[in-house]
Ligand binder design. Structure first.
Ligand SMILES: Cc1cc2nc3c(=O)[nH]c(=O)nc-3n(C[C@H](O)[C@H](O)[C@H](O)COP(=O)(O)OP(=O)(O)OC[C@H]3O[C@@H](n4cnc5c(N)ncnc54)[C@H](O)[C@@H]3O)c2cc1C
Ligand code: FES
Length: 253
């Protein structure tokens, strides 16, 4: 792990939901795995004081891409950054998604801020399905962003303007119903808490193993402030160091 000043190469809006930012760093891009993240200091005068965590979206030739949604002050400030501006970036942080799903079919279920790490995972290794939930068609990723994903991609939109109408769990349910033995599936999920709760509930009902990236609000990102605790069967754990990826079986109902 290292805290580095990096220079922004590009920062642009790609659709109604997401902006994409890129920068170069040989250290921060080395041996990175999907599910890991960086903690970004937005201004060097420390306002806002707390860093903002973002998953790795893609790394190629030492260039790192971050895909982000604009939710509050920090991410709004990030949209103002231009090519040549500098950011202080701490990383790589956190535990990645499991690389071996014990030969099971990997089904990725993503929504909102959980889309970037799961697109990265679907590019990194061959998975069976990438299921993405969002509000409407304007939030669907441009095709160019998914060109290296070999999986079957399914979209669900809440207003029915693209793909399946409704929540992404409808798509997950269809995939499970089509599988002779659902226990041959392995689900990996990241997104809004309500979405992940529904996914985990469905997985438990069908006896399916999996893991979830619990993106708790974070401050230090290195296990020091205890601000990101997740309740597990083994007591409270830090999401930033012991997670953010946890097995479903570790998490409390
Ligand atoms: C490990 C990790 C990886 C993340 N990866 C990404 C990513 O790749 N892309 C991305 O866009 N965002 C990601 N996030 C979420 C991102 O850190 C927050 O959206 C960001 O910190 C919000 O900062 P803000 O100042 O804009 O909003 P704030 O003013 O701090 O908050 C505004 C609103 O944003 C929402 N929010 C804040 N933090 C989170 C969070 N952690 N999860 C969900 N909602 C939140 C809350 O509803 C809050 O009311 C990640 C978070 C974690 C912990
Ligand atoms: S963010 Fe400080 S302990 Fe996790």
């Amino acid at each position: 792990m290292r805290d580095e000043w990096v220079t922004i190469l590009d920062n642009r809006k790609i659709n109604q939901a997401y902006w994409k930012l890129s920068f170069k760093s040989s250290f921060l891009s080395r041996s990175v795995l999907p599910g890991q993240f960086v903690n970004v200091l937005l201004e060097d005068d420390s306002d806002p004081f707390l860093r903002r965590p973002f998953s790795y979206y893609r790394t190629k030739n030492q260039t790192i891409e971050i895909l982000y949604e604009v939710l509050g002050r920090g991410t709004r400030l990030l949209t103002l950054k231009k090519k040549g501006d500098r950011l202080k970036v701490l990383g790589p942080l956190g535990k990645a998604f499991t690389q071996s799903a014990k030969g099971k079919k990997q089904i990725l279920v993503a929504g909102g801020v959980g889309v970037p790490p799961l697109v990265f995972l679907a590019e990194y290794q061959r998975v069976s399905h990438l299921l993405i939930g969002c509000g409407s068609k304007g939030e669907v990723l441009p095709k160019s962003e998914l060109k290296n994903v070999k999986a079957q991609v399914g979209y669900a939109t809440e207003d029915g303007s693209y793909g399946k109408a409704g929540f992404v769990t409808l798509l997950l349910h269809e995939v499970i119903q089509r599988e002779k033995n659902p226990k041959n599936l392995f689900i990996q999920t990241c997104g809004p808490h309500a979405m992940m709760e529904a996914v985990i509930k469905m997985a438990r009902k069908f006896g399916i193993e999996g893991e979830a990236s619990i993106d708790e609000r974070m401050a230090c990102g290195v296990g020091a402030c205890l601000g990101c605790m997740v309740k597990t069967h083994d007591g409270y754990k830090t999401s930033c160091v012991e997670g953010p990826v946890f097995a479903f079986c570790e998490l409390e109902d």
